[in-house]
Ligand binder design. Structure first.
Ligand SMILES: Cc1ncc(C[n+]2csc(CCOP(=O)(O)OP(=O)(O)O)c2C)c(N)n1
Ligand SMILES: [Mg+2]
Length: 325
C-alpha cells in the first residue's frame, strides 16, 4: 500500500490538533495528580505519541471498534470518550467510565466503540479479530482496530492474530505504535530484523509504514486502510514510528536512554509538527493556536474538578461487574 499523501484539510487539521492538545493537557494533569498521590497504582503516559492516537482514531467512524494498550489514554480521548468520566476513572471514582473499578489501564466505553485498554501486552490483536469477525458475520461496514506496541510483535498472540485475520479475511486494522522500546529494552536487543513492516509479509497482508509524529499523514494512511479493509474484507498492518517522551511508566528512571536522544525527539514533537504545517499552509494563526491550547486546558481543568468532587465507589460494590467464577 502506498503511504497516503498529505491532505491539508482545514477541518481535519483542526480536529487533529484539538485532540492532540487535549491528550497532552490530560496526561500532564494525570502526571501532576499522580505525583501528589491523588491517583493510585501506576500509569503509562503517551506524551510524544499523540499523533498516532489522533490520526488513527480520527480516521475511524463511531461504529468502528477500537482496542487500546496499557498506554491507552490518548486513543480513548481521540475515539471520543467523555473526558470527565475518563478522568474520574483514573482517579478511581464511582463516576468513572468503569465505575472506578478499572483505572488507567482498563478504560472502556462501548457506546463510543472503545472496547477496552489492556494491562496485558498483546490481547488487543486477538480481541479485534473477534470484533471484526462479528462485524463480518453481520455484514456491517465497519472495522475493528487494535493498537499494540513494537514489543507485542514478538509475542505469539501477534502472529496468531495476524494469521487468523489474514486467513479468515477479517476487516481488522493492526496498528503498531513503534516507539522502539519495550519498557527499558530497545528493539535492536530483541529482534534480528527491526523492520517491523516485514512482519506482514508471511501473512500476505497489506501494510504501510508512516511517520507516527505526523498526524495528518497517519490520518490519511488509516483512512485509506479502513476503506480497503471494508471493501476487500481484509486486514491491514500499519507501523506508526514514534517516540514516547514520557518514561515507560511512573517508576521509570530513564536510565536506558540518553538525554540527547530524548531532546532530538522533542524537536519532532507531533503537536509542534502539525502547528507548523497549519501555520505554513495559512490554516490558522498563532493566536488561534493559543486559543485552542487554552480551551484544552479549561476542558481538562473541569474534568479534574469533576473527578476530585466525585465519590469513591462503595466497598460493598467490589463484586459488581465481576464476571470470573
Ligand atoms: C504479557 C505481558 N508481558 C509483560 C508485561 C509487562 N509489560 C508491560 S508494558 C511492557 C512493554 C511493552 O512494550 P510495547 O509493546 O512496545 O509497548 P510500549 O510500552 O512501548 O507502548 C511490558 C513488557 C505485560 N503487561 N504483559
Ligand atoms: Mg514500544
Amino acid at each position: 500500500m502506498n503511504t497516503a499523501r498529505k491532505n491539508m484539510d482545514e477541518t481535519i487539521s483542526r480536529k487533529l490538533l484539538k485532540n492532540m492538545l487535549l491528550c497532552r493537557k490530560f496526561e500532564e494533569n494525570v502526571q501532576y495528580y499522580f505525583s501528589l498521590g491523588m491517583i493510585h497504582g501506576t500509569c503509562h503516559l503517551g506524551i510524544g505519541e499523540e499523533a498516532t492516537a489522533a490520526g488513527t482514531c480520527g480516521a475511524l467512524l463511531p461504529d468502528d471498534d477500537m482496542f487500546a494498550t496499557h498506554r491507552g489514554h490518548n486513543a480513548a480521548i481521540c475515539k471520543g470518550i467523555d473526558i470527565n468520566h475518563m478522568m474520574a476513572e483514573i482517579f478511581g471514582k464511582s463516576t468513572g467510565v468503569c465505575k472506578g473499578h478499572g483505572g488507567s489501564m482498563h478504560i472502556a466505553d462501548k457506546d463510543v466503540g472503545i472496547l477496552g485498554a489492556n494491562g496485558i501486552v498483546g490481547p488487543s490483536l486477538a480481541l479485534a479479530c473477534g470484533a471484526a469477525f462479528a462485524h463480518k458475520r453481520r455484514n456491517e461496514k465497519c472495522v475493528a482496530l487494535a493498537f499494540f506496541g513494537d514489543g507485542a510483535t514478538n509475542e505469539g498472540i501477534f502472529h496468531e492474530s495476524m494469521n487468523l485475520a489474514s486467513v479468515w479475511g477479517l476487516p481488522v486494522l493492526f496498528i503498531c505504535t513503534n516507539n522502539t522500546y519495550g519498557m527499558s529494552t530497545h528493539i535492536s536487543k530483541v529482534m534480528k530484523d527491526t523492520n517491523l513492516i516485514d512482519r506482514a509479509v508471511p501473512y500476505k497482508m497489506k501494510s504501510a509504514e508512516v511517520d507516527g509524529n505526523d498526524a495528518l499523514l497517519v490520518y490519511n494512511t488509516v483512512k485509506e486502510a479502513r476503506s480497503y479493509a471494508i471493501e476487500n474484507s481484509e486486514p491491514v498492518f500499519i507501523v506508526e514510528d514514534t517516540y514516547r517522551i514520557s518514561g515507560h511508566s511512573k517508576s521509570d528512571a530513564n536510565l536506558y536512554r540518553t538525554k540527547e536522544e530524548i531532546s532530538e525527539w522533542k524537536k519532532k514533537d507531533p503537536i509542534l509538527n502539525l502547528e507548523k504545517q497549519m501555520l505554513e499552509a495559512g490554516l490558522c494563526s498563532t493566536e488561534e493556536i493559543r486559543q485552542l491550547e487554552a480551551e484544552a486546558a479549561d476542558t481538562v481543568k473541569a474534568a479534574v474538578a469533576y473527578a476530585i468532587e466525585s465519590p469513591y465507589p462503595k466497598v460493598e460494590d467490589i463484586y459488581e461487574d465481576v464476571y470470573a467464577e
